[in-house]
Design a protein around this ligand. Sequence first.
Ligand SMILES: C[S@@+](CC[C@H](N)C(=O)[O-])C[C@H]1O[C@@H](n2cnc3c(N)ncnc32)[C@H](O)[C@@H]1O
Length: 273
Amino acid sequence: MTVDKKSLLNWVGGKRLLRKRIAPLVPTDIQSYIEPFGGAGWVLFYKDRWADLEIYNDLDGRLVNLFRIVKYHPNALKEELQYLLGSREMFFQFLNGTFITDIQKAAQFLFLITRSFGGRGDTFGTVKKSSGGASKSQRNVLEKIDAIHKRLDKVMVENRDFEKLIKQYDFEGAFFYCDPPYTSGCGYEVTSTADFDHERLRDVLGNIKGRFLLSYDDSPKVRELYKGFEMIEVERQNGINNREGTSRANKVYKELLIANYPIRELSKNVRPY
Ligand SMILES: C[S@@+](CC[C@H](N)C(=O)[O-])C[C@H]1O[C@@H](n2cnc3c(N)ncnc32)[C@H](O)[C@@H]1O
């Protein structure tokens, strides 16, 4: 089975809608491909292989546990998921529940994220039409586990703060695709919007030997921080869909792609999404 170039789950800030714009900007002569802010891994999983060495990292231990279980115990995870029904009652039981094993923890986390509105894991989502992202079909989820299991075969899964990770893996042939929390937005379990240190990230990336491509919200703060680096503007529809009747559904967001190597020329060949 080939990887269906999707991820296993929707994730706040996930790059499902931008991955086709980002992929052509990744240099082809890299020796390692590293995602310090892995999230749901939409860009990582978009291609069957980016480089000989590939690293998925996120500070959120729930995501890392999930991907490690998908990598090492896919069948046990699938078995655990067979027993889960898409019921509202079960959703709230898990939300308040305790876990016994890492496999149960992974299954319950995946269940909460795929059944919740916008992948936030806290509101039970009711779906009126397919989002094309997190699948609500149990069978689709099981098939995706097999595909992602295969994709993760040679991917190292790390659980570190971005600074330690970037410094650990940096060398001339390294490539970092960085998708940090945005300067405005709803934040994450591991870092709230107010707490994330954007200056620290800029200082780390400004001193690496390898190359980086960074995706960010288009804000004055980001433009100021990365003054002097190449930047291109991209637009995307709001990824939070299926909540019909709300004005957010059709909102267009402006984002920036920033790099320490020439991307403007590469971006000319990118088809509009
Ligand atoms: C915008 S999301 C990444 C989305 C991902 N590109 C995708 O397509 O799903 C940002 C991620 O950064 C993680 N994060 C926040 N602070 C971090 C830190 N200090 N070090 C590493 N990861 C961090 C969050 O847990 C979150 O998953």
